[in-house]
Design a binder for this molecule. Structure first.
Ligand SMILES: Cc1cc2nc3c(=O)[nH]c(=O)nc-3n(C[C@H](O)[C@H](O)[C@H](O)COP(=O)(O)OP(=O)(O)OC[C@H]3O[C@@H](n4cnc5c(N)ncnc54)[C@H](O)[C@@H]3O)c2cc1C
Length: 473
């Protein structure tokens, strides 16, 4: 065992959250170590946000030919898709993103980057197991940023050779002819659609009766109708696998189908179970997750913080970045500061996209809200873009007209989400938001239509037309 090292801050995990924490610690000119088991490159760039969007983009590009005959474009039957090359291109782009992130970590941490696995010996004393031995690190503050890993339940073990997680998915050398997707949250849905658009026969199962985590029943109705055109859906029943002569049988309710492979997208579990947290006295919840303050990221009164996927709460890249920055900042303060959390936003890039912004439908009391509805088929730009049928639902406070949340299925809804998150976080009301111009024809005009639908129920006190204010107001 080498000599004990002493630092101001030890950051465990060089993913998005860890790197944002490091930025703050370096800004405060404190001593640090950044420890990672490897591989470097962040989950987002290596096996998450970025390769999944490349897969969707390749799938959409190939799938676009379905519309060619409608536009008088002929000859599409001569087009060829080399799926091996498509996936190789995906990996090339992935390597560029992940390589950039890994280099960024190496550059930012320099010789303070330690490759190894961490275990707590006390709340501020760490043991790092490295290739050449063990090292102890005493830190004034510790930031846990160890991310998460895909869940692979025990009942799938007998079928392991046919099962993939998203960690292995992008390594496939050849696409299967058919695939079952277990779990149709945002990740399962995105990957199922990408594969379906690349010509794979896709069967998707989920215990829930909705997909993509949608809680609004109206948006869910449109999403199910739309995505059932591309994925055979098995919803509302637990799925199981059974042996088949080739591949496996996917069973759900009274239905079953044979598939070559199964993508297991049943969620992710935080990488906190091997850190020795309970043994050194951190308080854990019933899931074994450490209790922490989501505004300071601190664990109890310890000088220890937990951020990103490892705290099991808001498993999104921008949340990991914010939490990392909060913890990096707080780790070097005499007393941690409480930060206001940003408005929630989630986007599945499913083309038509599924979005949720602000409060979810199931978090609101129907008696307290007004709902504005706009169908994408009444929006000129959406009609030009595709024949898909979608809907935007905006929720506003009945008494004040303040925007509370929204959910949508629609083409380019990613932009609607980013627009609405600004409005909601800035506490815009239905009437104040209608005062901005909406260019024609843009997809964002669906927001204007939904707002007008609500405004009808909250008339302007001056009786003016929607969105207009007097010159001397
Ligand atoms: C397929 C997929 C698609 C996604 N799409 C999106 C999207 O479109 N938008 C979005 O916002 N989010 C998306 N996400 C989620 C997003 O990728 C994660 O929320 C984010 O990357 C989490 O960052 P992190 O820093 O918490 O973890 P990570 O980036 O995983 O970093 C954790 C680091 O800790 C290291 N580590 C683990 N255990 C130890 C240990 N014991 N000791 C030392 N080091 C350790 C790991 O090696 C890793 O480098 C997606 C995820 C997946 C899987």
């Amino acid at each position: 065992m080498s000599e004990q090292m002493n630092v101001d801050v030890a950051i465990i995990g060089a993913g998005t959250a860890g790197l944002y924490a490091l930025r703050e610690v370096r800004r405060a000119k404190k001593s640090f170590v950044l420890i990672d088991t490897g591989p470097l490159g962040t989950t987002c760039a290596r096996v998450g946000c970025m390769p999944s969007k490349v897969a969707l983009h390749i799938g959409d590009s190939w799938h676009a030919q379905k519309n060619f005959p409608r536009y008088g474009i002929s000859g599409a039957e001569h087009l060829q898709l080399d799926t091996q090359q498509a996936w190789a291109e995906l990996r090339r782009q992935r390597d560029k993103f992940a390589g950039g992130a890994a280099e960024g970590a190496e550059r930012a941490a320099g010789e303070q980057l330690i490759m190894g696995r961490v275990r707590f010996l006390t709340p501020t004393l760490l043991e790092v197991e490295q290739a050449h031995g063990k090292q102890q690190i005493q830190a004034k503050a510790v930031i846990i940023a160890t991310g998460s890993r895909p869940v692979m339940p025990g009942f799938l073990q007998p079928f392991a050779e046919h099962c993939l997680t998203t960690d292995e998915f992008f390594e496939m050398q050849e696409l299967p002819k058919s695939i079952g997707i277990l779990g149709l949250g945002a990740i399962g849905l995105e990957m199922g659609l990408a594969l379906s658009r690349l010509g794979v026969e896709v069967h998707g199962a989920d215990m829930a009766t909705s997909v993509g985590g949608i809680s609004d029943p109206e948006v869910s109705k449109y999403a199910l109708a739309e995505f059932a055109k591309e994925i055979k859906l098995y919803l509302g029943a637990p799925a199981e696998l059974a042996q088949a002569e080739q591949g496996v049988l996917l069973k759900a309710g009274d239905q079953q189908v044979r598939v070559d492979k199964v993508l297991v997208a049943l969620g992710r579990r935080a990488n906190t179970d091997q850190l020795n947290l309970a043994e050194v006295g951190f308080e854990l919840d019933e899931r074994g997750q450490p209790l922490f303050n989501p505004q300071t990221m601190q664990l109890g009164e310890h000088p220890v913080f937990i951020v990103g996927d490892s705290n099991g709460q808001r498993a999104l890249m921008h949340e990991a970045a914010d939490e990392g920055a909060m913890a990096g900042f707080n780790a070097v303060q005499a007393k941690p500061l409480a930060f206001k959390r940003k408005t929630p936003i989630a986007i599945a890039f499913t083309h038509p996209d599924v979005i949720s912004v602000g409060a979810r439908f199931d978090q609101l009391n129907p008696d307290d809200i007004l709902i504005g509805t706009a169908k994408t088929q009444s929006n000129g730009r959406s009609q030009v873009l595709s024949k898909h049928e979608g809907v935007l639902r905006v929720y506003a406070d009945k008494a004040s007209g303040e925007l509370l949340g929204a959910s949508m299925l629609g083409m380019r809804a990613e932009h609607v989400a980013q627009f609405l998150v600004l409005a909601i976080q800035r506490q815009e009301t239905v009437h104040s938001l209608l005062q901005i111009p909406f260019y024609h024809p843009v997809v964002e005009e669906t927001i204007q239509s939904a707002l007008q639908d609500i405004a009808r129920h909250i008339p302007d006190p001056a009786g003016l037309p929607f969105g207009l204010v007097l010159a001397d107001a």
